[in-house]
Structures are given as structure tokens and as C-alpha cells.
Design a protein around this ligand. Structure first.
Ligand code: AMP
Length: 193
């Protein structure tokens, strides 16, 4: 219609999946392909813990136990991050939202600037593969009891988001139990690119 090169519309998306589903790896790959920042709340919190900030000290034990940081604290972390200039051209969220309250917060934060989510991609991986993958990763919070706790918390608190986003017509399901490149391609395809 305008005859000229059209600027790509910002893509605002969430990558949803259990611990060990490959979210972090895929978020980086997909975000770089799409030219948007991958925003990992887990990485942001780990940076705070490593730097010994006040926030880091507040969340350290919760993270080590495999539990979730309070919704109010996360709301502030995400609000500040989404307000940064690089997120204005879109983003791929990894690890947020993790509760229905957080999903509502995200909607509210985006709505304040008349923005909204375009898609939520669920990486589906069978439970036994999740445990094997996560135990192979050797992070401080990856002891087997903590891995099981993280999975339990995912099922209880985060899995309800599947229905939440399905009801909003935003959910796309991708088989996360295949080679990394194939998962990346499937996610990109599900995002229409
Ligand atoms: P992740 O790397 O995404 O698995 O996150 C590591 C840990 O950071 C989680 O187990 C939680 O303790 C904490 N965390 C990260 N994102 C969130 C969130 N959206 N809500 C609550 N806690 C979070």
C-alpha cells in the first residue's frame, strides 16, 4: 500500500516450558534471529545474586530452594527491564510469567503503552527427559531434590498458564524433544517467520 519497505512490527512473545525444556537455549537463538532481546528473568536474578546486590540477597535462598520469587518483586524486575529502549522493538521473554498473577501483571505493563503479547510458545518435553537434562546441567540449584521441586512448582504454578494463554488464542505448541536446530526452526515457524 505504501509502496516502500515496511518496518517489521515488534514481536512480543513469551517462551513457556518446564525447567530443562530448552527455553534458555532457544530464547537466545530465536531472539537473535528475530533481532529482539531475549529477556531471561532467571539470568537477571542470577546476575543480582552474583553481584551481591540487595535484590540478589533477597532472592538467593528462594532460588537455591527451587521456589519462586514473590510476584511483587518480579513485577518490579520485569517492569524496569521492559521499560529499557531495546525492548521497545519487541522481546522474547524466558522465565516470565511463571504464575497467573504474573501473566496479569505482564498484560497490565504492556497495556500501559497500548502494547500486547503476540504469541506464547510452549516447548513440550516429556518429564523423564526434563529430569535427565536438568541433572546434566550442574547448576547450584540443580541437585536432584531441587530439580524435582522446580518441576513440581512448574506443574502447580506455571502450567495453568497453558490454559490461560490458550483461552486468549495466543498459545502455540512446539515439540521440544528434538535437535536444537529443529526446535528453533519450529518455534520460528510457529511465530510466522
Ligand atoms: P530459571 O533460570 O528461569 O529457571 O530461573 C531460576 C530461578 O529464578 C527460578 O527457579 C526462580 O527461583 C527464579 N525465577 C526466575 N524467574 C522467575 C519468575 N518469573 N518468578 C519467580 N521466580 C523466578
Amino acid at each position: 500500500m505504501d509502496g516502500g519497505a515496511r518496518r517489521r512490527r515488534p514481536l512480543r512473545a513469551v517462551l513457556l516450558g518446564a525447567p530443562g525444556s530448552g527455553k534458555g537455549t532457544q530464547a537466545e537463538r530465536i531472539a537473535s534471529r528475530l533481532g529482539v532481546p531475549a529477556i531471561s528473568t532467571g539470568d537477571m536474578l542470577r546476575d543480582q545474586v552474583a553481584a551481591g546486590t540487595e535484590l540478589g540477597l533477597r532472592v538467593r535462598d528462594v532460588m537455591a530452594a527451587g521456589s519462586l520469587v514473590e510476584d511483587d518483586l518480579m513485577a518490579e524486575v520485569v517492569r524496569a527491564r521492559l521499560a529499557r529502549s531495546d525492548a521497545q522493538r519487541g522481546f522474547l521473554l524466558d522465565g516470565y510469567p511463571r504464575t497467573t498473577v504474573q501473566a496479569e501483571t505482564l498484560e497490565r505493563l504492556l497495556g500501559a503503552t497500548d502494547a500486547r503479547l503476540d504469541a506464547v510458545v510452549l516447548l513440550e518435553v516429556p518429564e523423564e527427559i526434563l529430569v535427565l537434562r536438568t541433572l546434566g546441567r550442574q547448576r547450584a540449584d540443580d541437585r536432584e531434590d531441587v530439580v524435582r521441586e522446580r518441576l513440581r512448582v512448574y506443574r502447580e504454578k506455571t502450567e495453568p498458564l497453558v490454559g490461560y494463554y490458550q483461552g486468549r488464542g495466543l498459545l502455540r505448541r512446539v515439540d521440544g524433544d528434538q535437535a536444537v536446530e529443529r526446535v528453533t526452526a519450529a518455534v520460528l515457524a510457529s511465530l510466522g517467520g
